[in-house]
Write a protein that binds this ligand. Structure first.
Ligand code: ACO
Length: 438
């Protein structure tokens, strides 16, 4: 009997089954058995076989992936093996996007070509303005982004040919290029400002800032400190392995839907307050708390289950989210330019009190990426409903990298979970006049 295996005895039949254990890069992190092996465990020939029941995927690996590694117990995050702290310090967002998609850092020629190809795909079709005009003046910018990502599909019908490598690469350039333009258009729409078209002489992030904030000046010059801070925030948000939105991207794309519609689905998943929408919810929460003296009462409300401490807790991290550490440090650099956002002191006090409280300590609840990011975005001048859009923009690189990996993975098929049926076994149809009110 192989030592790297499980012996499972079915006490219903007394039969023992040997199930091989599979490993990833780290033997103590990611050892797994194949769910399909459980299907052989049956009480009779007619039996469907055993399934694993795992609502919300608490402990199920849906794929093998070589993109991002997280050790949630130790607060480690690496893209393609590179620690997030090194990338945040030394790299830039487009280089990180290349790394995620290609698996290695680019040389100078590869980097220049990559930046060029993305930069020259930032313009959107003029008709896209009409799509935006259809939205109400106070529409939330996130559903606008979600809808217009899907709308891109109507301009590029050939994108459906997802098995063609050249077609895939072209859509990758387009999605990385156009997401900043659409995101900025969503912002300008809410502000009643004319749309600004891309300026290809600016950096990716500088161009995004230009499309957000350019007013009547001939040329927009991004503040270099804010440009770098936003670039670091983009690096930190670029990928996070099999989170809710990435899983949505993979699931939708597994039916060979085109990448625009798949990315729209991913963005829709990100919108929820338990996921990327938490950055907006944190600001709402801080405003509701109002002042430091109200923090103990708020913490009591959380413990009494009357509220959630937004920006705290994570399915995978049971330690301080390494991205939150970088963001907390970044805040001071931004405040030197913008002036201090007074909410930072409230957030720091909330963190201090929460991390001393057994409710949070025993459940290993720490600040996540969303706890401090919104305070920085607000200091830069963004309204809170825009924060999740600024999360979605850089996450596009991760969604696309995961999409490409899934398409090339010969083991992947259309995503289709099983269920444990708990409904009525069978009954006969009754005409409506014979049905009693229940
Ligand atoms: N405030 C109060 N209690 C919490 C919080 C929180 N923010 N997060 C978790 N808990 C409690 C739960 O009530 C639960 O307690 P119990 O065991 O006594 O019932 C325990 O901690 C475990 O939490 P789960 O909900 O089981 O953890 P799960 O992995 O399902 O949820 C999630 C993770 C959704 C992130 C959760 O921590 C949460 O809702 N946080 C607030 C929203 C948030 O910040 N989301 C952003 C996450 S990062 C991202 O997606 C980019």
């Amino acid at each position: 009997m192989a030592s790297d295996s499980l012996s499972i005895t079915d006490n219903r039949t007394g039969k023992t089954y040997e199930v091989p254990i599979k490993y990833g890069t780290f033997p103590l992190y990611g050892a797994s058995i194949r769910g399909a092996d459980l299907k052989n465990i049956k009480v009779s020939e007619e039996d469907f076989g055993l399934m694993s029941f795992d609502p919300s995927f608490l402990n199920s690996a849906s794929c093998q992936s070589a993109i991002t590694f997280i050790d949630g117990e130790r607060g480690i995050l690496r893209y393609r093996g590179y620690p997030i702290e090194q990338l945040a310090e030394q790299s830039n967002y487009l280089e990180v996007a290349y790394l995620l998609l290609h698996g290695a850092l680019p040389n100078k020629a590869q980097y220049d070509a990559w930046v060029h190809d993305i930069t020259y795909h930032t313009i959107v079709h003029e008709n896209m303005k009409e799509v935006f005009h259809g939205f109400h003046y106070d529409a939330h910018p996130m559903p606008m982004l979600i809808s217009t990502l899907a709308a891109l599909s109507t301009f590029y019908p050939a994108s459906r040919n997802v098995m063609d490598e050249g077609v895939r690469m072209l859509q990758i350039y387009r999605l990385l290029g156009k997401v900043i333009t659409l995101a900025a258009m969503a912002y300008r729409h809410t502000q009643g400002l004319p749309y600004v078209m891309p300026d290809n002489d600016l950096s990716y992030v500088g161009n995004f800032m230009n499309m957000l904030w350019r007013k009547a000046e001939c040329r927009y010059n991004p503040n270099p400190v804010l440009e770098r801070a936003l670039d670091v925030l983009f690096i930190l948000h670029a990928d996070h392995e099999q989170n809710c939105s990435t899983n949505a991207m993979r699931v939708v794309a597994s039916s060979q839907s085109d990448p625009y519609c798949s990315a729209a689905a991913a963005a829709a998943a990100l919108y929820g307050p338990l996921h990327g929408g938490a950055n907006e919810a944190v600001l709402t929460m801080l405003r509701q708390i109002g002042s430091k003296d109200k923090v103990p009462q708020f913490i009591k409300d959380v413990k009494d289950r009357k509220a959630l401490l937004m920006g705290f807790g994570h399915r995978v991290y049971k330690n301080y989210d390494p991205r939150a550490k970088v963001i907390k440090r970044l805040a001071d650099e931004v405040f030197d330019v913008t002036g201090k956002n007074p909410l930072i002191e409230l957030a720091v006090e909330l963190e201090r009190i929460a991390l001393q409280d057994d409710f949070f300590v025993s459940r290993k609840l720490f600040p996540n990426v969303d706890f401090y990011s919104g305070i920085i975005y607000e200091a830069m001048g963004m309204p809170s409903e825009y924060f999740t859009v600024v999360f979605a923009v850089p996450r596009m690189a991760g969604w696309l990298a995961q999409w490409q990996e899934m398409i090339l993975d010969t083991e992947q098929k259309i995503a289709r979970p099983r269920q444990v049926y708990t409904g009525v076994a069978i009954r006969d149809y009754e005409p409506i006049e014979k049905r009693s009110a229940k």
